[in-house]
Design a protein around this ligand. Structure first.
Ligand code: FAD
Length: 414
């Protein structure tokens, strides 16, 4: 690749890198995306596909640490931390535990709400501007409770969220089963959030990448970066040098490695999750359901059906643990009459880019004026992608940000 030169080089072709590329290209910059693997095959590939403004509350809620400890004692639980001597992970977990209080939860919630609400609107704008066939549907999502206890306890959370225009409608008994007939008769209730939507993530990725290529964005796949010299505007790849004015780090769960290459910390841990994709069963759920006690998701796409969940802090171990896959299936059968389709098309794991405060970093890097970070979107990268792309473009151009950028500052993570 002799003499290749771009205004912007984005590292990482997940949904965040792609969203950044779309807005930067729209702003008139020449853009190249580099991925060490296949574009769109990271966490953005087979996640649960929810676009969820309803998920404004972070994981760091009061009481979560005690609950997590209990879960860790069960081999098939939805949460696991591999015991090892990884001090970065240990520090991350301590920081996470320190945030599990009302004040920090609410602070994170305000930032998450801003970026989630903005992204939800920007998806509408994106689909109006581009022909993207990704099985987009706007039916909301249902938080489902098997037991009455959890359903009633959620009333307090709903009241809290109501004050932020994020209220849900409760259903129980006959009303619930009329509303979602695929749920088992012994499922107690559910809270319906109307503002959420869903799409098939792999289709979004392939369509968005096609559009970017059509617009002249260069996408280099299977390209390893050997070194970077931002001060000289150079990125050295295995097959040649790229000259660039600006670098955007959008490497999701792998971002701390890129930070290390450039001499600064990016405190992001990989949070492994699983999904099982199959043909739709005869009686699929009508709308995506979050099975609350089991901490898992069932997403009915038009062309497929997906069960997903679990959170493992076990580094980048890419083995598919059969116990966890079985647990996902078994849990789905606890809530849904006809939980599985006949044909399993994919069993998958991906790494969520987890920050300890539940907020992504969208900011200039601490070491170089021309290096920017767009990473750490936790369990909501798909839901937060458009506003991330728009915000990073505003930051690079020096424009007034459309959302409060202070929530996403690098400094907040130090
Ligand atoms: C089971 C599961 C279910 C989920 N469900 C949802 C959901 O319903 N809704 C939602 O909003 N979010 C969901 N998420 C979270 C969401 O998938 C992530 O937050 C999002 O995909 C992160 O996007 P990203 O672009 O930052 O990372 P990725 O998609 O992982 O992309 C990062 C890219 O960077 C590349 N890369 C890494 N290092 C380098 C390097 N050195 N050089 C070049 N390239 C590099 C990788 O190859 C990869 O392609 C889910 C995640 C999981 C695991």
């Amino acid at each position: 690749m002799p003499n290749e030169k771009y205004d912007i080089t984005i590292i990482g072709a997940g949904v965040i890198g792609v969203a950044c590329a779309w807005y930067l290209n729209k702003a008139g910059y020449s853009v190249c995306i580099i991925d060490k693997g296949q574009a769109g095959r990271g966490a953005s590939h087979a996640n649960c596909g929810l676009i969820s403004p309803s998920h404004a509350l972070p994981l760091t809620m009061p009481g979560v640490v005690a609950k997590g400890m209990k879960w860790m004692l069960k081999a098939d639980s939805p949460f696991y931390v591999k015991p090892d001597l990884n001090f970065k992970k240990f520090r991350w977990l301590l920081k996470f535990a320190g945030r599990c209080n009302e004040k920090d939860m609410m602070q994170a919630m305000i930032g998450r709400k801003e970026i989630l609400d903005s992204s939800r609107k920007l998806y509408d704008e994106l689909f109006a501007a581009e022909e993207i066939d990704c099985e987009w549907e706007e039916q909301g999502i249902l938080f489902v409770y098997k037991d009455s206890k959890g359903m009633h306890e959620y009333e307090a959370t709903n009241k809290l969220l109501n004050d932020y225009d994020l209220g849900a409608t409760p259903y129980s008994g006959k009303e619930l089963h009329d509303f979602e007939p695929a749920l088992r008769d012994d499922v107690y209730g559910g809270w319906h959030y109307t503002m959420d939507a869903h799409l098939k993530p792999d289709l979004l990725m392939s369509e968005w990448l096609r559009i970017l290529r059509d617009k002249g964005v260069v996408i280099k796949e299977n390209t390893e970066i050997e070194s970077m010299r931002p001060e000289a505007g150079k990125v050295q790849c295995a097959d040649g040098e790229i000259r660039t004015n600006t670098i955007v780090i959008a490497t999701g769960a792998w971002s701390s490695d890129i930070g290390k290459m450039l001499g600064f910390k990016i405190p992001i841990q990989p949070g492994k999750g699983y999904s099982i994709t199959m043909s739709p069963p005869k009686n699929p759920v009508r709308i995506p359901c979050i099975l609350q006690e089991a901490k898992m998701v069932v997403t009915p796409f038009q062309s497929a059906y997906r069960l997903g969940g679990t959170m493992e802090f076990s580094g980048f171990d890419d083995s598919l643990n059969p116990k966890r896959l079985d647990a996902i299936r078994k849990n789905a059968a606890e809530y849904i009459k006809d939980p599985e389709g006949d044909l399993v098309t994919e069993q998958w794991c991906g790494w969520r880019p987890m920050t300890w405060d539940g907020l992504p970093i969208i900011d200039q890097s601490p070491a170089y004026d021309n290096v920017f970070i767009a990473a750490g979107h936790n369990m909501l990268g798909l839901s937060m992608a458009p506003a991330t792309g728009k915000l990073i473009t505003e930051i690079i151009k020096g424009d007034e940000p459309h959302i409060d950028a202070r929530h996403f500052k690098y400094q907040n993570k130090m």
